[in-house]
Design a binder for this molecule. Structure first.
Ligand SMILES: O=C(O)CCC(=O)C(=O)O
Ligand SMILES: [Fe+2]
Length: 300
């Protein structure tokens, strides 16, 4: 008999799991159930995990795979090399749909995000199911996307987007975020290594489609992104402190809803190491620029 209750949230993505107290010591059968729910629902949510500190968050992530260093270029939280401190108090505004860290050849398998402080209203997060998005495309478009590859990079106007109101902060952040430039060519449609499902791999780090003129490339990326982020493919989470969201980074995109002005909002993220995506034709992603081997599991 399972101790967990799994309740879907939206029609195509998301489920709330109750009955689990997250940490590094969950029994194997509970971990297996959580993993299965993650593969099925793509984004899973746990309420009331107020006991979870940084160390236990990393330990929980470690049950899903190997925690990575916090980020290829952005420094980790002091005292824990695995924790990316997402603190929006500096006016940071990363409100673009993306899949995490797709500019390297092994984007994370999953991300585990814990709400530390959230505004009373606003600051929700949205996820889109990139498998459902693919499946709802017309067959002709799926056939085209199956054959395309895209270049993803961390060097673009990300910092300007993140700090659009503060050019000096934007300059400083750009220095850190693109301190090492990464460029990777990924298939636009990847075959999920566990479910075999086809998922669209694009998002805000995707800069151009290989072999297409720049205007056609930009137009097609925009078209596909519009399809991926159609509201029917999404779920929206209203955070409370102590909530934990886990998403399958191989089958989703996400973004924050930046409607909370200067109100404090802070979350801690741990990513779990992923593998090299493989296209429908069996071709893996290839590194064009930058060696991301340092962004890999480190001894805890
Ligand atoms: O702040 C959020 O809601 C999402 C931030 C994000 O993109 C992430 O945690 O990877
Ligand atoms: Fe993200």
């Amino acid at each position: 008999m399972s101790s967990l209750t799994i309740t879907p949230v939206a029609g195509r993505i998301g489920a709330v799991i109750s009955g689990a107290r997250l940490g590094g010591d969950l029994p194997a059968d509970v971990v297996a159930e959580i993993r299965l729910a993650l593969l099925t629902h793509k984004a899973i949510f746990f309420r009331g995990q107020d006991h979870l500190d940084e160390e236990q968050q990393v330990a929980f992530a470690g049950l899903l795979g190997e925690p990575t260093t916090a980020h290829p270029t952005v420094p980790s939280l002091d005292g824990n090399t695995h924790i990316l401190d997402l603190d929006y108090s500096g006016g940071q505004k990363v409100d673009r749909w993306h899949t995490d860290v797709t500019f390297v050849d092994r984007p994370p398998l999953a991300s585990v995000l814990r709400a530390v402080q959230v505004p009373e209203a606003g600051g929700d997060t949205l996820w889109a199911n990139t498998v459902a998005a693919y499946e709802h495309l017309p067959a002709e478009l799926r056939d085209l996307l199956d054959r395309l590859r895209a270049v993803h990079t961390n060097q673009f106007d990300y910092a300007k987007v993140a700090f659009s109101d503060d050019p000096e902060r934007a300059r400083q952040y750009a220095e850190v975020f693109a301190s090492t430039v990464f460029e990777t060519e990924h298939p636009v449609v990847r075959v999920h290594p566990e479910t075999g499902e086809r998922a669209i791999l694009l998002g805000d780090f995707a800069k151009r489609l290989v072999g297409l003129p720049s205007e056609a490339s930009a137009a097609l990326i925009r078209l596909v992104q519009e399809q991926v982020t159609q509201v029917e493919n999404t779920v929206r989470w209203r955070w409370a402190p102590g909530d934990v969201a886990v998403w399958d980074n191989r089958a989703t995109q996400h973004r924050v809803v930046h409607d909370f002005g200067d109100r404090p909002r802070r979350l801690h993220r741990v990513t779990v190491a992923g593998d090299v995506p493989v296209g429908v034709d069996g071709r893996p992603s290839t590194v064009l620029t930058g060696d991301a081997t340092a962004y890999s599991p480190v001894a805890a």
